[in-house]
Design a binder for this molecule. Structure first.
Ligand code: GRF
Length: 214
């Protein structure tokens, strides 16, 4: 099989990066190769995880640049020295410039802690509590120029039993750690395509993304 490498962008703990790294143990077609990890935070634990797993990593500090475009251009320069087929935003807390998005059109996916299109942006768990929603979950989508608006690939939800932020956050993480590796594997194994602009997974149409139950 052709090699398939992923560049992971993360700003914090990187538990989702870890879930991708764990797939190596499967040693089958669902194993994901992470070729580089990038963070906008020098102290992100995600970088430590990369180091521990002998994965190349780098960080660029946004404060050293005048604007988003210049920062992204510096990231791009460095990123291009690595081989990758897909960029995965796994807890990357910065908006990408239009130039960056254009460069990798259709090749960037994001993991979001809500059932999109509900609650794009920040503080999703709080919003779920405030609105006493019956369900919560996580979504993986392609990144476009909007805020968490790109084509949804897949999502997974759970019924809320306890309206407490830390509890909800933990439940969402649990789901994310299954959903993200699964979707990366679908992309790697070319099980995902667009026919007349409609998303298909294993030749079945999913205009609004596929639901996964774990
Ligand atoms: C995840 O909940 C992700 O959905 C959100 O940020 C969190 C990152 O968690 N965008 P981690 O750094 O992967 O542990």
């Amino acid at each position: 099989m052709d090699s398939f490498n992923i560049a992971v962008f993360a700003s914090g703990n990187g538990s989702n990066l870890q879930s991708l790294l764990e797939t190596k143990k499967l040693n089958n077609e669902d194993s994901i190769d992470v070729s580089v990890v990038f963070s906008n935070k020098l102290d992100a634990y995600a970088l430590k995880r990369a180091e521990k797993n002998n994965i190349p990593f780098f960080s660029v500090n946004p404060a050293s640049f005048e604007n988003r475009e210049k920062f992204d251009a510096a990231v791009l320069d460095k990123l291009k020295t690595f081989n990758f087929d897909l960029i995965v935003l796994a807890g990357y807390m910065r908006i990408l410039s239009k130039e960056f998005l254009r460069e990798f059109e259709g090749k960037i996916i994001n993991l979001h802690p809500s059932l999109l299109p509900k609650y794009p942006g920040l503080n999703t768990h709080q919003k779920v509590v405030d609105n006493k929603d019956s369900h919560h979950g996580a979504t993986v989508h392609f990144v476009d120029e909007g805020l968490d608006t790109g084509q949804i690939i897949g999502f997974s939800k759970f019924k809320i039993k306890e309206y407490e932020i830390h509890h909800l956050e933990a439940k969402v993480h649990e789901i994310e750690h299954k959903l993200l590796p699964l979707i990366c594997s679908l992309i790697k194994n070319k099980r995902l395509k667009f026919k007349n602009n409609v998303l298909e997974i294993d030749n079945i149409e999913y205009p609004d993304g596929k639901e996964f139950n774990f």
